[in-house]
Ligand binder design. Structure first.
Ligand code: SF4
Length: 199
């Protein structure tokens, strides 16, 4: 986002295809159940916007009023991910951020949601705890600080870097080497200047 850089690899391409398929699905209404797909969300409080893959609404007396629907509804979010079921805190933070956007927009409380993993065709339930909500707030604050300062975060060197599409521009683990390289280059330049002065 800071440098407007993006690269795709097979993983991001598969994810894009999955999301396009989900968003292309039509919203449905089946009696006491309504399914909305590809819903645009934003939160002025958090300063973020995005698209929810799927919002499931179930008619409930304890639910909330939803714009353009009659009655009251319980709200449940589902985020689609390709691959097998696994623990990815980033995915849980992303889903919780969607819930917090929707809570601000619809003045409702959303206690939990699901991540659906395409390879396993299984859902993993995510509880929107205070701790997870805290991570969303911290993440948004950190993001805005980076954007304000036009400053790149330090590239970490983690196991997931191996499969990351941004590896070629992020160069994780090379920071020390490039710093050494720059310092050597500076020494060479200073040495050349000194030689010119001597001659
Ligand atoms: S630090 Fe690793 S995972 Fe993060 S963007 Fe760079 S290469 Fe990708």
């Amino acid at each position: 986002m800071v440098e407007q850089q993006w690269l795709d690899n097979v993983h991001t391409a598969e994810g894009t295809v999955l999301h396009e398929r989900v968003h292309a699905g039509r919203s449905e209404s089946r009696g006491a159940r309504v399914i909305l797909r590809g819903v645009h969300l934003r939160s002025l409080e958090l300063g973020i916007s995005g698209v929810a893959d799927c919002i499931e609404l179930t008619r409930s007396p304890k639910g909330v009023a939803i714009p353009s629907l009659e009655g009251t509804w319980a709200v449940h979010l589902v985020e689609y991910k390709h691959g097998k079921v696994r623990l990815e805190t980033e995915y849980e933070v992303q889903l919780c951020a969607q819930a917090m956007c929707l809570e601000h927009l619809w003045s409702c409380a959303i206690p939990m949601g699901d991540i659906y993993y395409g390879s396993d065709r299984r859902r993993k339930q995510v509880s929107f705890s205070l701790e997870l909500r805290g991570l969303v707030v911290q993440g948004c604050q950190a993001l805005h600080e980076l954007l304000r300062a036009h400053s790149l975060p330090m590239p970490g060197k983690r196991s997931k870097c191996r499969e990351c599409s941004m590896r070629e521009v992020c160069l994780p683990g090379h920071l020390k080497q490039s710093t050494v390289y720059m310092s050597e280059l500076l020494q060479v330049a200073q040495g050349s200047e000194a030689d010119e002065e001597d001659s």
